[in-house]
Ligand binder design. Structure first.
Ligand code: COI
Length: 361
């Protein structure tokens, strides 16, 4: 894919940019430029264009607006000690983007083009990359069905875009969140779209999220759709349970059954935990095992993970059966160690022995 550079002639001033970066948060301000490419049946992918960030003009009958045929990704660029910038595992996001496209009957963008377009945009927006640990430039590639028409069919036209936003912590990492275990709503069923990163999964989660808030919780935890028994995910993030403590601890995560999203952070933590000397395990955990595990002290720490929030400790879980605290309810030591190790690799202060960082500049 060739990229035509047609950058914003009026980028933010240095003062404006620095004020926006300093404000932190997630997804509040967008950088000067975005990237866009078109696909149509028969012709395939067009060249991409890097141009000023701005609104899209869409016919009201554009199919994504009606039937939600869309996919997205989230990845980050991190400042490095030498003043450079690296992307974290962009190929892994590119591979998942292709799988999501296949599931949602959208055209597959070759991983090489995904990485190239993301790299080119980050290079042009490099001044927007925050410098502090835990801060980054969040990159949001996405693809929407842009055939105009109300017929329900795979779109014969698609638009691929990449936008970027300076990001600090999505959740406060020093505060444990509380979760509501939903037995009323489910996120995904076998054969559905749970393993794809597609907007509908997130739209469908919002009512359960509202219910969680009404129960005084920060986030919702999803169970499997069939038995409503097996723990799957939290909100839009994967889950981890620490069994035992110290060097003998086991770092456990629900296995990918086809309904869970295969998180890049989830996968990275499996490897980081092993590097740190812990046993790692992917398996099934029931709600009863969660309840009994925290009561007996076998489960000592719980956290959620994702690109946006990295690692977020879970202090307590509430369900129709009651409330169960994790340990003393405060963020645990292994959770903190894994978070710091992963952030250290991403920021280039801990050796990147898996070769995950891809240098942009
Ligand atoms: C992530 O954890 O990176 C997510 O996917 C959440 C995002 C949709 C804000």
């Amino acid at each position: 894919m060739r990229i035509h550079l047609n950058p914003n002639p009026n980028p933010a001033t240095e003062a404006d940019r620095n004020a926006k970066i300093a404000e932190g948060g997630f997804g509040k301000y967008y950088t000067d430029n975005m990237l866009i490419a078109q696909w149509s049946e028969g012709k395939g992918w067009s060249d991409a264009e890097l141009k000023a960030y701005g609104p899209l003009s869409l016919d009201p009958a554009t199919s994504v607006l009606h039937y939600g045929q869309e996919i997205f990704e989230g990845l980050k660029a991190y400042g490095q000690p030498d003043g450079g910038i690296s992307l974290f595992r962009p190929d892994a996001n590119g591979e998942r983007f292709a799988k999501s496209a296949a599931r949602m009957a959208l055209p597959e963008l070759p991983v090489e083009d995904f990485v190239k377009t993301v790299t080119e945009l980050v290079k042009s927006e490099s001044k927007w990359v925050p410098k502090n640990v835990g801060e980054s430039l969040y990159i949001r590639p996405f693809m929407i069905a842009t055939e105009v028409g109300l017929g329900v069919r795979p779109s014969n036209h698609a638009t691929y875009l990449v936008i970027t936003t300076p990001a600090s912590a999505y959740f406060n990492p020093n505060k444990a969140v509380t979760v509501w275990i939903s037995t009323e709503f489910v996120r995904a069923a076998q054969g559905g779209t749970g393993a794809a990163k597609t907007g509908g999964n997130y739209a469908g989660s919002l009512l359960a999220q509202k219910q969680a808030a009404a129960e005084g919780c920060d986030q919702v935890v999803w169970l499997d759709a069939t038995e409503r028994k097996w723990v799957e995910e939290m909100g839009g993030m994967n889950l981890y349970f620490i069994k035992g403590s110290g060097k003998d601890a086991t770092v456990f995560t629900p296995k990918l059954t086809g309904t869970l999203l295969a998180g890049v952070t989830r996968d990275s933590i499996l490897r980081v935990a092993k590097d740190l000397g812990y046993k790692v395990e992917e398996g099934m955990l029931s709600v009863e095992q969660w309840r009994d595990g925290v009561a007996s002290g076998e489960i000592t720490e719980i956290f959620a993970c994702g690109t946006a929030a990295v690692v977020s400790p879970i202090g307590a879980a509430k369900s129709a059966q009651g409330t169960w605290k994790t340990g003393d309810g405060e963020p645990g030591p292994i959770t903190g160690q894994i978070r710091n190790h992963l952030l250290g690799i991403q920021h280039g202060t801990i050796e990147d022995k898996h070769g995950w960082n891809v240098k942009v500049i």
